[in-house]
Design a protein around this ligand. Structure first.
Ligand SMILES: [Zn+2]
Length: 143
């Protein structure tokens, strides 16, 4: 047996040698060993041994974490404010139920020249139709 450490990779559903990274499509380890023995246990390139299967395994571990990411909702309202003369619309949340929003304050900067009346009218329209904030953490993918 040329490959001493053959590991089952549930992600790609094949056996691979942890040392050289060679894979076998066989589902049975004995057959996988036979297939792998046709190749020498050498690292194909200068890559670190087993990098490709290892990456796959890491992705599998991360899957449950991804599934925990869920959409959070919070009701809130918009308030017209003046930030040093510039009208802004501040988002005020009624409940601090959204972890992602706890640490931040969200305001919308208005076009310069927007009057306080226009800002008020906009806020009124927003409050009339916008009932809440939906926050979904983004999946930043593999790093
Ligand atoms: Zn090997």
């Amino acid at each position: 047996m040329k490959h001493e450490k053959i590991i089952w990779n549930p992600g790609t559903e094949n056996w691979f040698c942890a040392k050289c990274g060679h894979t076998s499509e066989q589902t049975n380890i004995q057959e996988a060993e036979l297939e792998l023995d046709q190749q020498e246990c050498t690292v194909p390139s200068s890559d670190t041994p087993g990098v490709a299967p290892g990456t796959e395994t890491i992705r599998l571990i991360r899957k449950p974490y991804k599934m925990r990411l869920r959409t959070e909702r919070s009701s809130g309202r918009f308030v017209a404010k003046s930030d040093e003369g510039t009208p802004v619309i501040q988002l005020e949340l009624f409940h601090d139920t959204v972890p992602g929003l706890k640490a931040v304050s969200i305001a919308f900067e208005l076009l310069s020249g927007t009057t306080a009346q226009q800002a008020m009218a906009l806020v009124e329209a927003m409050n009339e139709r916008i009932v809440g904030v939906i926050v979904t953490p983004k999946d930043h993918g593999e790093k």
